[in-house]
Write a protein that binds this ligand. Structure first.
Ligand code: SAM
Length: 355
């Protein structure tokens, strides 16, 4: 079958391909071919090709498309991918089994297929999973160039928050002191450290802290990351939790039970230039702690879940109540992260506290 192709010299091929991709005119169903030192790049809209390129007719071979689950099922299943894990949210067990089989038989690089078996629950925010195919719930997920090892059965992680995390992390400056009060496996802490911040992640979940430590090493930022296991309310002075040396794992549960605390005992009171609070159902209960951790000026990223009629009001009022009059409070950005449930929104308030 003849299709229009842009003809360029081989050395110009990559530049031309990129320009055509930017204009969204590449005909991706056909292969790029080489003949006598010329490259033929198939396009689907010759009129949109920049004028300096010559367009000719050629018959390139059709590109072989890898077989996807939808090709095998005859319908488009909905699933999420996290590393080599494919996640389903199917109520019907037969349909779930059928999709799992198609995923494993398809060209998707899947090692395991999981179905959600409970809501996210408890303080540690983990859920139960049915393993439908393959085995194991551990994987390595890639997000914005970083790698996160994690076990979905043991820790919280949502790939849906990638864009939001990136939005926050892009605000981090070199040398900032960043404290993530609910750090999980480190998707805020690690990119913040990669922007040369001094980053501290606290989490109640010992598995999350182990992964955070591993992920700091994996991404080459261990020297700027401190991981602390325990209740973040004990991280402020007076807990004997104490500031940890860089690259150390603190353990506040050990301190609380009377063991020797790790590191100097000056805590993180008055310490942070930036605080991330991603525990949206109960962040308000931790605002007093956040204010104690905040330095003279500090940006708070406060996640909340509220009714769509007033998604930001309750958070802003709670922050003002906790921080004023010690701090001047100004809301710098209001972000709707995603819809959480009918009429409920997951939102983020970026708030500057200035003493
Ligand atoms: N920030 C991470 C992310 O985006 O993947 C994890 C967020 S997850 C919604 C909340 C985390 O807070 C969980 O890992 C949970 O174990 C931790 N957590 C809950 N209560 C805590 C507390 N009192 N102190 C420290 N961490 C806590």
């Amino acid at each position: 079958m003849e299709v229009p192709c842009v003809r360029v010299e081989r050395e110009e091929g990559e530049t031309a391909r990129r320009r055509l991709a930017e204009r969204d005119v590449l005909a991706n169903d056909f292969e790029i071919t080489v003949e006598d030192g010329w490259l033929y790049i198939p396009v689907d809209d010759p009129d949109a090709v920049p004028e300096e390129y010559e367009v000719v007719e050629r018959a390139p071979p059709a590109r072989e498309r890898p077989e996807m689950p939808a090709d095998l099922l005859g319908y488009e299943p909905s699933y999420e991918r996290l590393g080599e894990i494919v996640i389903l949210d199917e109520d019907d067990p037969e349909r779930a089994a059928e999709i799992a089989q198609a995923v494993m038989d398809s060209a998707l690089p899947a090692r395991t297929v999981l179905n959600r078996a409970s809501k996210i629950r408890g303080e540690l925010r983990v859920r139960d999973w049915d393993v439908l195919a393959g085995d194991g719930t551990e994987t390595v997920h890639r997000e914005y160039g970083f790698e996160y090892a994690l076990d979905l059965a043991a820790v919280y992680f949502s790939p849906r928050l990638a864009t939001e995390r990136h939005r926050v992390v892009e605000q981090v400056h070199e040398g900032e002191r960043v404290l993530d009060m609910f750090a999980g496996v480190g998707p805020f802490v690690i990119p913040a450290a990669a922007r040369s911040a001094e980053a501290v992640g606290v989490d109640l979940n010992e598995h999350a802290i182990e992964y955070l430590e591993e992920n700091a090493r994996r991404n080459g930022v261990a020297d700027r990351v401190t991981a602390i296991r325990g209740d973040v309310r004990n991280v402020v002075a007076g807990s004997s939790g104490g500031r940890q040396p860089s690259n150390g794992i603190g353990d506040l549960s050990a301190s609380a039970s009377g063991s020797e605390p790790n590191g100097p005992d000056d805590g993180y009171e008055d310490w942070a230039d930036r605080i991330v609070m991603n525990l949206p159902h109960s962040a308000d209960a931790f605002l007093e702690t956040a204010v104690a951790l905040a330095g003279d000026t500090c940006v708070l990223h406060y996640y909340d879940i509220q009714h769509e009629d007033d998604p930001f009001g309750p958070g802003e009022r709670a922050i003002r109540e906790a921080a004023e009059p010690e701090y001047e409070v100004s809301v710098e950005e209001r972000t709707v992260v995603r819809s959480y449930a009918p009429h409920e929104l997951n939102v983020c308030l970026d708030v500057r506290l200035s003493r």
